[in-house]
Ligand binder design. Structure first.
Ligand code: SAM
Ligand code: SF4
Ligand code: SF4
Length: 368
């Protein structure tokens, strides 16, 4: 018989156990699991590696993530089998969509095998966020394995600005080729995420809008956030979404359109063309100036199996110990239900210069 790990001991701050109360009674997976603010568990982001081939200045600055940075050893990463097992359990508790992320997810060997395993579960919307560097090579295999769509991060079209942002001298042309490969493979609509840092790439807002208008891809402008504690975030570096709309609106009139589904992170705007032609839409992700915590249905599974209920959480819950300690699926499911039902996170609603300075988990580890 499988050994049972005491579930009350499994909350961990990167290695430090913190007691968590047991649920009063076991939960039956119903697919509708509200937290303390009535938010259902619907999305899971899985970080498949904490490593990256870029050193974006706002995410993994080179002076911190240099040669001797202690990335996780392979044995500490969840295996594909472990991720797929958790995905089944999360699905039973309401998760409908899984996003693979990282670090750079395409650095994880044979990622398409994991995609195929998740696809076999059935009924899950499978997506991936990538810097696009390896997409030309991987797009077709990922699509064939069952990936539905892809989001590519691209912070500039100007090669010099892009190389300065990724800080590894990576040329923008190869990411653009990756976007083309994703579209050709059928991973549509491709979403393009541009994080804007004032004074670094805000000059690229209009060129990006011009380039992706009419392309069939959806360009989304992301406010620079105070994730982690290594990027030296300051409020002055944030370009508010309202400013982005003003900048683009001067050249291309825009009008707001409704969300595709409740809780959609990006606010949608469409180009109003004089001829009424469909010139596409853009998205604004305004986590700093317009917090969307009240609709946040996302959980995050870090590379080593810690579960986080908020991007800005300071502690996680150790699912890997349960997986490797012989806990049964319903025990892990009950534990998940206990964690989610006690969730009260709303960091972006209470963000201040003071909270920004608090120690937080790095995005590359927790999964962006
Ligand atoms: N490496 C992949 C990539 O860049 O697409 C996936 C992981 S990355 C952490 C996920 C997303 O988080 C990217 O779109 C990235 O631009 C975004 N991101 C990272 N640091 C951020 C920050 N400080 N503020 C806002 N977005 C950030
Ligand atoms: Fe790597 Fe993505 Fe972070 Fe850039 S944003 S450093 S590509 S994990
Ligand atoms: Fe969700 Fe936390 Fe972001 Fe709010 S701050 S939207 S709770 S991840």
């Amino acid at each position: 018989m499988a050994r049972i790990i005491p579930l009350a001991d499994a909350r961990v701050v990167r290695g430090t156990a913190v007691a968590v109360p047991h649920a009063a009674a076991p939960f039956t997976p119903t697919g509708t699991l509200p937290d303390t603010r009535g938010r259902m568990l619907r999305d899971l982001r899985v970080s498949v590696t904490d490593r990256c081939n870029f050193r974006c200045v706002y995410c993994m600055p080179k002076d911190v993530y240099g040669h001797d940075y202690p990335f996780l050893p392979h044995a500490e990463l969840l295996t594909f089998e472990e991720i797929a097992r958790l995905a089944r359990i999360f699905k039973a508790h309401g998760v409908e969509k899984i996003r693979l992320t990282g670090g750079e997810p395409l650095l994880r060997k044979n990622l398409e095998r994991l995609v195929a395993m998740l696809s076999d579960i059935g009924g899950l919307d499978l997506t991936l966020t990538t810097n696009g560097a390896l997409l030309t090579k991987k797009a077709r295999d990922l699509k064939d394995a069952g990936l539905n769509r892809v989001t590519v991060s691209l912070d500039a079209l100007d090669d010099g600005v892009f190389r300065a942002m990724n800080d590894v001298d990576f040329p923008v042309s190869r990411v653009l080729d990756g976007i083309d490969a994703a579209a050709a493979a059928g991973l549509n609509p491709v979403k393009i995420n541009m994080v804007i840092k004032r004074g670094v790439n805000d000059s690229e807002i209009l060129p990006m809008a011009r380039h992706f208008r009419n392309s069939g891809h959806i360009l989304r402008f992301v406010e620079y956030m105070d994730v982690g504690h290594t990027n030296g975030w300051r409020m002055d570096d944030v370009v508010p979404s309202a400013e982005v709309i003003r900048i683009i609106g001067r050249e291309f009139p825009l009008e707001p359109i409704g969300a595709n589904y409740p809780g959609e992170v990006a606010e949608r705007w469409r180009y109003v063309d004089a001829e009424g032609a469909d010139a596409g839409e853009i998205g604004l992700i305004s986590s700093v100036t317009q917090a969307f915590c009240k609709d946040c249905t996302r959980a995050r599974l870090a590379t080593d199996g810690q579960l986080y209920t908020c991007l800005f959480a300071t502690h996680g819950y150790d699912l890997r110990t349960l997986l490797r300690g012989g806990s049964a699926d319903d025990q892990i499911g009950n534990y998940l239900a206990t964690i989610w039902s006690q969730r009260a996170d709303r960091y972006s609603e209470i963000r201040s210069e003071r909270t920004a300075a608090l120690p937080k988990i790095e995005m590359s580890y927790i999964g962006g």
